[in-house]
Design a protein around this ligand. Structure first.
Ligand SMILES: NC(=O)N[C@@H](CC(=O)O)C(=O)O
Ligand SMILES: [Zn+2]
Ligand SMILES: [Zn+2]
Length: 440
């Protein structure tokens, strides 16, 4: 299949003709220089006034298979990704069984055969991990390695963490760290919480419980251990400016989630337990400070920590509702809204969700609209914004913490030249399960 995209504005603002031959971007040329006849194109897509972006790489998702397919699965999660312009996802190890052995990686890779988008499968660490069999597999990275319990209770002790980091460094593998130090949690704050449930739960107590100091201390510890082994440390879902600054000054990389970018403790009255996640939402002041660091380049990437739970599961008190919110389908759309309002540039967004994740995790042939790269492409019309509605999204969980927020969704998403999502004209269509393991 040969598709010619004409008059497409790329992230750098240049207007180009882009020729896709099979699964590859064959040509990127000045607008008007490639015509359908020369290109022998099967289809020509006039992109006049629209932007053609590289498919986003979401370095942090939980698609919940095996073990928790009632929350999400590779089919629903990857459809949600495609509908949000994400063409590569990286799945985390807190599944059942946890992805801590080669055999568990193989089982998850089979399940990922349902994926509409490309994927990476991370290896995980628990006391039962089997690094020899794990590193025999094409794992994407090691992590998230939990320094405190979160969903799945995979928190590990300091000695095991140091061993795992040393082994990852020896295997030239990035270590993604869930950096919270439970010794610095304020348990009294949680004990004081009320008994409301769901949207009436006292979730501000969760932010008071899992303190910013707990993140800062764990980030510092992760960076020290990483330095001892000359390992590549990547801090997951960094929620505080202190955590971002510590990672940046140590030469490590960090990610921020859309919920820590756009939501704060001030949203918890509305969200209730639908705003409970680890690490928790922080003050409006810290949210603004983190946003500044995303805009100014201190933060390396945005990744969603897409962590769906059912509405029924979330309908508990602040103490017993599960932590986590979905986000894979809304990440690019909410960032594109910031381009519309001028708080972020399109090139910055391209770097945050595509070019830099590809660099950090060494994903060849992805992250930019360049000749020879995979034809992972997202067509968007920045003038076509609409409100986010949970009912319109495709995650199995059926809700979003961004309900009502204005955003720009893709018209078309290609994964290596295959149509994964097409909302041009009326209705929407999804492609086939063409997803491949980017490490295999
Ligand atoms: N972030 C969360 O609150 N939850 C994540 C696990 C994690 O990323 O800690 C989940 O898998 O539910
Ligand atoms: Zn985590
Ligand atoms: Zn996570």
């Amino acid at each position: 299949m040969t598709t010619l995209f004409t008059n497409a504005t790329l992230a750098d603002g240049c207007v180009r003709d882009v020729l896709v031959e099979g699964e590859t971007i064959a040509r990127v040329a000045d607008a008007g220089t490639l015509d359908t006849a020369d290109a022998d194109a099967d289809e020509t897509v006039d992109c006049d006034g629209k932007h053609l972006l590289p498919g986003a790489i979401d370095a942090h998702v939980h698609f919940r298979e095996p073990g928790f397919a009632h929350k999400e699965d590779w089919h629903t999660g990857s459809r949600s990704a495609a509908a949000g312009g994400v063409t590569t996802v990286v799945d985390q190890p807190n599944t059942d069984p946890p992805t801590v052995t080669g055999e568990a990686v193989d089982e998850k890779a089979t399940l990922a055969g349902k994926s509409l988008v490309d994927f990476g499968i991370n290896g995980g660490v628990t006391a039962e991990w089997d690094p020899d069999s794990l590193f025999e597999r094409p794992i994407f990275a090691l992590g998230e390695v939990f320094l405190a319990d979160s969903t799945g209770d995979m928190g590990i002790d300091a000695d095991l963490f140091a061993d795992a980091v040393a082994r990852a460094a020896a295997e030239d593998t990035v270590v993604t760290v869930h950096a919270e130090d439970a010794d610095l949690f304020d348990r009294a704050a949680l004990e004081r919480a009320g008994d409301g449930t769901g949207r009436d739960a006292d979730v501000d107590a969760w932010s008071a419980f899992r303190t910013a100091a707990a993140e800062a201390a764990a980030v510092d510890r992760a960076l020290e251990v990483g330095a001892d082994s000359a390992a590549d440390i990547h801090i997951a879902h960094t929620s505080t400016p202190e955590g971002v600054d510590a990672a940046a000054s140590a030469g490590a990389t960090c990610e921020v989630t859309p919920h820590h970018l756009f939501l704060s403790r001030e949203n918890l009255d509305d969200l209730g337990t639908f705003g409970r996640m680890n690490p928790p939402l922080r003050s409006e002041q810290r949210r603004e400070a983190v946003f500044e660091r995303v805009a100014d380049g201190t933060v390396d990437i945005v990744a969603t920590d897409h962590a769906p739970h059912t509405r029924a599961e979330k309908d508990g008190s602040v103490r017993d509702a599960p932590s986590g919110v979905p986000g894979v389908e809304t990440m690019l759309p909410v960032l594109l809204q910031e381009v519309r309002t001028g708080t972020l540039t399109l090139e910055r967004v391209r770097d945050l969700v595509a070019a830099t994740p590809a660099e950090i995790f060494d994903v060849a042939g992805k992250g930019r609209v360049d000749e020879g790269n995979d034809a992972d492409l997202v067509l968007v019309d920045l003038d076509d914004a609409r409100e986010i509605r949970g009912d319109d999204l495709h995650s199995k969980c059926g809700w979003t913490p961004f309900e009502g927020r204005e955003a720009v969704f893709p018209e078309l998403t290609l994964v290596r030249g295959h149509v994964a999502y097409d909302a041009r004209g009326d209705g929407e269509r999804f492609g086939d399960a063409v997803g491949e393991n980017v490490r295999a």
